[in-house]
Design a protein around this ligand. Structure first.
Ligand code: SIN
Length: 286
């Protein structure tokens, strides 16, 4: 779809950056007609991150919109909202130092079937700071040299939550106001995913380099894997591959974890930020 060329029902404004677009003028609190939703879905596949301003959604309405994209998933480590168990609150209080999601990653890529999408609704935002950055993993793959693409095409990664949620991981000891829980199995499990995955809907290849969740490459040690992994992680988030979203209360964003990394900035000490997050079930990366 070119810059909204095929859109009869919605207005899509591309960010002009490495990915991302705003959908203007839609009220998501009412169920979207099938043909309108189809355009939203196509725009989302094309732009990888869509955002909608000024949404007034109850948790139930957010979940209902999420379900249009597929079956809702659960997150293993944070207590969800009592009234809407598919939604987790992501809160940073003025006195908290730690921020959730403060490193480039694809959500829960350490799971056998990581979620295809994440939907975040801004409930309260700082006056300044607290943006989220996104990186385009199609562009990351496509801008590698042919020689490097041949190498990464054959790589499998060993993915785990251990490096971030395990004993030495920063989530375990972090000061934050969210009720965390852990199931040791979720923490210690290792799963293998291709480092280059083919998007099941677009057919395009994406560099699936969710760095904090990748321990090493299969059949290689961490020491051997690390220089390549670090190169790929830095390459993926070059400024020209990225988009930075400035939140307002009521902004809802939806991103495609199969071809996008994201990073929540931690630059608003002394201010409060509260987001409501849900995820949509995905397939095993191939
Ligand atoms: C996340 O990693 O899901 C959190 C993103 C954010 O709070 O901006």
């Amino acid at each position: 779809m070119d810059e909204g060329a095929d859109c009869r029902h919605i207005q899509v404004e591309p960010s002009g950056q490495g990915l991302g677009a705003e959908v203007v003028g839609l009220d998501l609190s009412a169920a979207l007609a099938a043909d309108v939703f189809e355009e939203v879905y196509r725009a989302w596949l094309e732009h990888q991150v869509l955002y909608f301003r000024d949404q007034k959604l109850s948790p139930a309405a957010q979940a209902a919109f999420g379900r249009r994209f597929g079956e809702l998933d659960t997150y293993p480590f944070i207590e969800p909202l009592a009234e809407q168990p598919e939604i987790i609150p992501i809160i940073k209080e003025p006195q908290t130092r730690f921020n959730f999601g403060g490193g480039w990653h694809s959500d829960t890529s350490y799971q056998p079937k990581p979620p295809k999408a994440t939907m975040l609704l801004a409930r309260e935002v700082p006056a300044r700071g607290g943006d989220t950055c996104y990186a385009n993993l199609y562009a990351a793959y496509e801008t590698l040299s042919p020689g490097m693409r041949r190498i990464v095409d054959g790589l499998q990664g060993v993915f785990t939550a251990d490096r971030v949620h395990g004993g030495g991981g920063f989530y375990r000891n972090a000061d934050h106001p969210m009720a965390m829980h852990k199931d040791e199995q979720d923490v210690t499990r290792r799963v293998e995913h291709p480092i280059v995955r083919t998007h099941p809907e677009s057919g395009r290849k994406a560099l699936y380099v969710s760095y904090p969740h990748i321990e090493r490459f299969k059949r290689m040690t961490r020491e051997e894997s690390r220089p390549i992994l670090e190169y790929l992680a830095a390459h993926a988030v070059k400024p020209e591959h990225t988009f930075r979203l400035r939140w307002e209360a009521g902004t809802l964003a939806l991103w495609d974890n199969r071809c996008v990394l994201h990073y929540a900035l931690n630059d608003y000490p002394g201010q409060r930020r509260e987001m409501h997050r849900l995820t949509i079930k995905g397939d095993a990366p191939r």
